[in-house]
Write a new protein. Structure first.
Ligand code: FAD
Length: 404
């Protein structure tokens, strides 16, 4: 028995290894990660880690977990190719490894900006702990920071570095912040709040080039010709799936590694989970590739069940969070296809929810500093329960009563 090899030791890969054992899988489990650290949580990197010089990565599982569960964790190894016919993984150096089952959990990487100066020192994207350490170090000594991209990671960093006293400018190409991920009322609220904190926000604007002094970035020049001083430039313009390894082997790709409802790729003994996997979403019927801890861990649990002989279809309710300054944003469900919304609560008090409906059915709730409403939303969507707009307006007690 050659067992199961998992490529990628992030949120999805580690959960897949753990879940295989929980499912009673007794074959060899090998977990390959190209980083040398023990697997760690990514979300704190853009939140607490960059402001606390003492912070260490928060481990996904304790050091003893791997040996205790008979998981053969191999750090610092990059899988170069998959030989499907021989069921082998190949490496630049060293012997190939043979598998019965393969789980590809290779995640995603920051999209690069094709502009002049993008390769200068002081220009950083945040994906792993090495990037976070670099941002922490550079931001400790600089005065001006430019953040390219008004998405979650860029705005989390912007709020954190502004609170630490840096001059921060966010440059976003679209006409609003968080445009791909939240509804306009939330994006507008975040914009106002960040502006109140003193973050300068330029929307409908791009950066055409970066200037340097002795090889280190010194300024970002906008499409309007403005020169923004910057000793640190954060590039947060989205990610691309690490799907090339699968693509080269002939596994079907479509905005990531294509998987079915049991997380199987076009090659049945190869499964894929997490940021790299794209699939037809059970909830909206549309094709998605979700980038969240929830998606990574729930898919990994299901992949382990599939390998252990299960046939359940993926049906987890998607949820996500982001901490931007004093705003805890939480999202549950998917807004794709929504045709109306209700705002409940007090945006002025920095506590409110946006309930989204599609044809009268509740499909998503986005909230700011309303964790109890978010949890209730997870229960409602998980139970397939859709309250009326009237019940939503009556508040949490009425919703709980209707759900019971
Ligand atoms: P990853 O965690 O990226 O793991 C993939 C691993 O595979 C990587 O370690 C990579 O090195 C390795 N790998 C790739 N190719 C190979 C290869 N050929 N050989 C060997 N190893 C390979 N999500 C939330 O829900 N809430 C948040 O607040 C939030 N904040 C975030 C903040 C930051 C800074 C980042 C970067 C992400 C954040 N996310 C957040 C997203 C979340 O972390 C990802 O969705 C999650 O990490 C996806 O897990 P994954 O295992 O699919 O990918």
């Amino acid at each position: 028995k050659n067992g199961t090899i998992i490529v990628g030791a992030g949120h999805a890969g580690v959960q897949a290894a753990a879940s295989l054992r929980e499912e009673g899988y007794d074959g060899p489990v090998v977990l390959i990660g190209e980083e040398t650290e023990l697997p760690y949580h990514k979300p704190p990197l853009s939140k607490t880690f960059i402001k606390d010089t003492q912070a260490k990565p928060q481990l996904l599982r304790g050091e003893s977990f791997y040996a205790a569960n008979n998981i053969d964790y191999r750090p610092g190894l990059h899988v170069a190719d998959i030989d499907l016919a021989g069921r082998r993984l190949e490496f630049a150096g060293g012997a190939p490894m043979v598998f019965d089952r393969l789980i590809l959990a290779t995640g995603s990487r920051p999209r690069r900006l094709p502009i002049e100066g993008a390769g200068l020192a002081g220009v950083v994207s945040l994906r792993d702990v090495a990037d976070a350490r670099l941002i922490r170090e550079l931001s400790g000594t600089c005065t001006d920071v430019v953040v390219l991209g008004g998405g979650f990671i860029g705005l989390e960093i912007a709020a954190t570095l502004r609170a630490a006293g840096r001059n921060v400018t966010v440059v976003e190409a679209a006409d609003r912040l968080l445009g791909r991920v939240v509804a306009p009322p939330i994006g507008a609220h975040v914009r106002q709040r960040l502006a109140d904190l003193g973050v300068r926000i330029l929307t409908g604007m791009t950066v055409s080039r970066l200037e340097d002094e002795n090889g280190h970035v010194s300024a970002a020049v906008t499409s309007a010709g403005e020169r923004l001083p910057a000793q640190l430039v954060i590039v947060g313009v989205g990610v691309v799936p690490n799907a090339e390894l699968a693509g080269r082997a002939g596994i079907a790709i479509s905005n990531g590694i294509r998987v079915d409802a049991q997380m199987r790729t076009s090659v049945p003994e190869v499964l894929s989970v997490g940021d790299v996997a794209s699939y037809r979403h059970w909830f909206t019927g549309g094709d998605v590739r979700l980038e969240s801890v929830q998606n990574a861990t729930d898919q990994a649990r299901l992949a382990a069940r599939t390998i252990a002989g299960g046939s359940d279809a993926y049906a987890a309710v998607p949820w996500f969070w982001s901490d931007i300054g004093d705003m805890k944003l939480q999202m549950v469900g998917l807004t794709a296809g929504a045709d109306s919304h209700l705002v409940v609560g007090e945006p002025q008090e920095n506590r409110f929810c946006v309930y989204h409906f599609a044809g009268g059915r509740l499909v998503a709730i986005e909230s700011v500093n309303r964790p109890a409403d978010h949890m209730l939303g997870r229960k409602m969507l998980g139970a397939g329960f859709s309250p009326s707009r009237e019940t939503v307006l009556q508040g949490a007690d009425a919703l709980k009563a209707a759900l019971a």
